[in-house]
Design a protein around this ligand. Sequence first.
Ligand SMILES: [Ca+2]
Length: 275
Amino acid sequence: MSGADTSATRTRHTRQLTLVAAGVCAASAVWADPRNPAGIDWQPIASSLGPAFSMARTETTVGQFQRFASATGLTTLAERQGGGQVYEAGWVKKPGWHWRHPFGGTQAASPDEPAVHVTFDEAQAFCRWAGGHLPTDAQWLEAAYTERRTTPPAPYGRGRTYPFPTGDSAAGAQCLDDCGPAASSRAIRHGAHLMRGHGHARAGSSPVGVNGLHDMGGNAWEWVDEPPGATGTAERRTRGGSWWYGATQMRADHLQSKPADTTVVYIGFRCARQP
Ligand SMILES: [Ca+2]
């Protein structure tokens, strides 16, 4: 019995040392809450459509994804293929553009930037490691547009469904200039020449929206599990628009999808979990 305990202790200690050696600054968080190894800030959503669930209050960040990559040894498809893509006069592969360097160059992404250039399967794997799953389309829509908090702060009203994740208008979101001038000043300058848009902002730096969530409209476009349970490279839906788009793409009736192995500078994700 004591031998088993000693072995378990040694195994746990070895893993802690491995995490520390790998530069996992949040190792304490990993061990403090094994149900939430990524340290996600979860927002409960009291859904009227089905079981309650929680949604990450921000897009998955580079810091959170770093914990996952360190723990699993993941090298993403965009890294293995030498870079992800952006749309210019057509799809263009950008050497060196991936989640660690979203716009290439030598400036590494900050821990609070959204993790982008991530495939659907990589996003789903992160969410399962983090204790949840990619949201279903129904969960994403419920969380984005219908206010479910018991006493939401003004201007939000309990039970109201809004046209945008930011409420009655798209103002304040990280999108093209029809979301307002802050999208330019808020964007993180990586020095890359962009043919369109200003680039992404730090996750959670734009004003809070419906259900207390940030950036459900704009910033990084978000993978959702639609069609649910599909496998392979079948197209999956993306929700909420991005910094590359205007307000129209933030609406619930705007449907877009991409092959699951797409790696793009303006596609990221967030996770949901039960409850
Ligand atoms: Ca977003």
